[in-house]
Design a protein around this ligand. Structure first.
Ligand code: 5GP
Length: 204
């Protein structure tokens, strides 16, 4: 079986990435989501083990010490990391994995030469629109909104390091665009758009 592909998706907080990824994953078979570890507190409605593995700072530092992260970074004052073993398990099962990670994490993955990934940046149409969305979410304090906006400004500088830029203006159009990128990348890897490796069919 061919190992699954990796898709690294980064976006400033509030760009609509979570909604977008959920919709794209419901539409395209053979895609799975990498559930990160974080020291951030859960937001209302978030579930442990589904949205994130919510752990303490001590537990996170222990995982770093044991070399369990493919990448990790401090984002908006909290620790976030991707478990290497979880990614390996998903890829060995032949499914493609989406890493929803920030620009620092994406840069670490890019530099790790044994891992090939497609890097996609999702941008809001403007910073003004981003601010509107962050406020509309109603889950962040003023201080957190200011921090996330400041971070967005610097994250947008990293856009040229990504292979694809997807501007999330109209949700339905953006879903189509992101889905097309994933399907096209699969074809490049000699896969059927369903995600099934061509080799499996030819040799069966
Ligand atoms: P949020 O707290 O809003 O869910 O996520 C904040 C930021 O952390 C987002 O940019 C998200 O992509 C990033 N993030 C989530 N998981 C990881 C991870 O495992 N590693 C890194 N580097 N960033 C992550």
């Amino acid at each position: 079986m061919t190992a699954g592909k990796l898709f690294v998706v980064s976006a400033p907080s509030g760009a609509g990435k979570t909604t977008l990824l959920k919709r794209v994953m419901a539409k395209i078979p053979g895609l799975s989501f990498s559930v990160s570890h974080t020291t951030r507190s859960p937001r209302p409605g978030e579930k442990n083990g589904i949205d994130y593995h919510f752990i303490t700072q001590a537990e996170f530092l222990e995982m770093i010490d044991h070399g369990l992260f493919l990448e990790h970074a401090v984002v908006h004052g909290n620790l976030y990391g991707t478990s290497q073993a979880a990614i390996d398990r998903q890829r060995m099962a032949g499914v493609d994995v989406i890493l929803d990670i920030d620009v620092q994490g994406a840069s670490i993955v890019r530099r790790s030469r044994q891992l090939e990934a497609t890097h996609i940046f999702i941008s809001p149409p403007s910073l003004r629109e981003l601010e509107k969305r962050l406020r509309g979410r109603g889950t962040e304090s003023e201080e957190m909104i200011a921090l996330r906006l400041a971070n967005a400004r610097s994250e947008l500088q990293a856009v040229n390091e990504y292979e694809y830029l997807v501007i999330n203006d109209q949700l339905e159009e953006t879903i189509d665009l992101l889905s097309s990128i994933i399907v096209a990348e699969r074809a490049r890897a000699h896969r059927f758009p369903s995600g099934q490796p061509i080799g499996d069919i030819i040799t069966s």
